[in-house]
Design a protein around this ligand. Structure first.
Ligand SMILES: C[S@@+](CC[C@H](N)C(=O)[O-])C[C@H]1O[C@@H](n2cnc3c(N)ncnc32)[C@H](O)[C@@H]1O
Length: 273
């Protein structure tokens, strides 16, 4: 029998961080932690983000909302691996890849809206179409965390300005053809990620993670991941508030500004080799 990747004590601790209404209610060091809720949809313009490195074949990306990996696949990446500090991101990613294979375009967004609004994913009616296909670790996790709002972060999928950024019907069809049943997931803090890598990548996407880290940790992270880039590879940083690493002056930096709802987003692309 396969072991769960966490203990019952882990689950008890994780659940204690959800308040009486089962909503995640913590900040400071726990804001992003091993079981912090996942962003139901990305707040980034991923169509544009993936085009910045359009020939990338082997990609490592933060799992986040799960959308990053989907867009890299759609842009032609052969292999996409994912990582995240939170196991909720892994569960959401599995739900999305499974749902894309099974649900119609409109049903997919009904599912996302419901995942955002409820704390009990297996009880959402439309989930009955995909539950039998979910990997066991994700099914176990949904059951262990029942009643907690583990997918309630970020923008509500019905938020109007976001609708412009969601996959069109044609993009959804394309996703169906290229998205695998699940993405390889590394459960890790980005600071320790290098200790779990064996491959080299054309792109390592650390989107929005640096907004919440100390300067020293940012430099340490970039240095530790450098050896896992192919020659000419890129680390992609994106920050909704400011330039994530102004002190890394040795790197070539392209800044791009755009507006996504009220966010001012700065994209920095750094050539490491
Ligand atoms: C910072 S959030 C922002 C949401 C993002 N803009 C998106 O589109 O999904 C992205 C993801 O980074 C993860 N994360 C935050 N700090 C991390 C860390 N130190 N190591 C690994 N993942 C981290 C969070 O769990 C979350 O899933």
């Amino acid at each position: 029998m396969s072991q769960k990747p966490y203990s019952s004590q882990d689950i008890e601790t994780a659940k204690s961080k959800f308040n009486r209404d089962h909503v995640y209610d913590t900040d400071g060091n726990d804001f992003f932690s091993r079981f912090s809720p996942a962003y139901i949809v990305s707040n980034e313009n991923l169509k544009r983000e993936v085009m910045l490195t359009q020939n990338a074949k082997n990609v490592l990306t933060v799992a986040g909302s799960g959308d990053q990996a989907l867009y890299y696949k759609m842009a032609g990446a052969k292999n996409v691996d994912t990582f995240d500090i939170s196991f909720c991101a892994h569960a959401l990613q599995d739900i999305k890849t499974t749902a894309i294979g099974k649900l119609k375009h409109t049903e997919y967004f009904v599912l996302l809206e419901n995942l955002y609004l409820t704390g009990n994913a297996p009880k959402i009616p439309i989930m009955s179409k995909i539950l039998p296909l979910l990997p066991k670790d994700t099914l176990d996790f949904l059951s262990d965390m029942r009643d907690c709002y583990i997918f309630r972060r970020g923008i509500n999928p019905l938020y109007l300005p976001w609708l412009r950024f969601r996959p069109t019907r044609n993009e959804y069809k394309k996703m169906r053809l290229c998205v695998p049943p699940y993405f390889n997931f590394i459960w890790s803090n980005v600071l320790d990620l290098h200790t779990q890598l064996y491959d080299k990548y054309d792109v390592i996407n650390l989107s929005n993670i640096f907004s919440y880290m100390e300067q020293e940790e940012k430099v340490q992270t970039i240095e530790s991941l450098g050896p896992y880039l192919n020659i000419g590879g890129h680390i992609v940083l994106c920050d909704v508030f400011h330039n994530p690493v102004p002190e890394l002056e040795n790197f070539r930096v392209h800044k791009r500004l755009m507006h996504l709802s009220w966010y001012k987003e700065i994209m920095t692309l750094q050539k490491i080799k």
